[in-house]
Ligand binder design. Structure first.
Ligand SMILES: [Zn+2]
Length: 163
């Protein structure tokens, strides 16, 4: 398949929904195995780049628009960055390589506490306990929660995900 065909298939839902879909479909072990399997499909010189690739994409998680954007858009942006990353290592990426680089990011965001990363997404909601200006979403194995970033405040509740 070419990239445009892939991109069309992703169009029509938000990137955040794709991530949540993956969370519902796969457990943590499956996701970790999938990241490793997808990594193995990359050309050998590209494989050592996966960890820094994930690190480079992670800061996006703090921006609302990153989650709200259409999957087709996210796919285009992430594969463009992936192409630059692979070329910097001397790999001329195929459409499948770029698709795999995208899958790695999706799986990583779906399972942030597999040893790859942890991210907190700030949400515009005052802490009802200490009055702090915002709360953060945290993704734990047990499911997403919302908690206060203030270390002295113990406020925490389950995140209700709209489906
Ligand atoms: Zn608080």
């Amino acid at each position: 398949m070419d990239l445009e065909t892939f991109q069309k298939q992703f169009r029509g839902r938000r990137f955040g929904e794709l991530i949540l879909h993956h969370r519902r479909e796969n457990d943590l072990q499956t996701a970790i195995a999938a990241i490793h399997a997808v990594t193995e499909e990359l050309p050998p010189p590209a494989r050592p780049l996966v960890v820094s690739w994930i690190d480079e994409m992670n800061p996006n998680a703090q921006f609302d628009h990153f989650w709200q954007q259409d999957c087709g858009e996210a796919f285009a942006a992430i594969t463009t960055a992936a192409a630059a990353k692979l070329r910097s290592a001397g790999v001329q990426p195929s459409a499948d390589d770029l698709f795999n680089m995208f899958q790695i990011i999706v799986l990583n965001f779906a399972y942030p506490d597999c040893d790859f990363v942890a991210w907190n997404k700030p949400i515009a909601e005052k802490c009802p306990n200490c009055g702090g200006a915002y709360l953060v979403e945290k993704w734990l194995k047990a499911g997403p929660i919302v908690q206060c970033p203030n270390a002295d405040c113990k406020f925490k509740r389950e995140l209700v995900v709209a489906t």
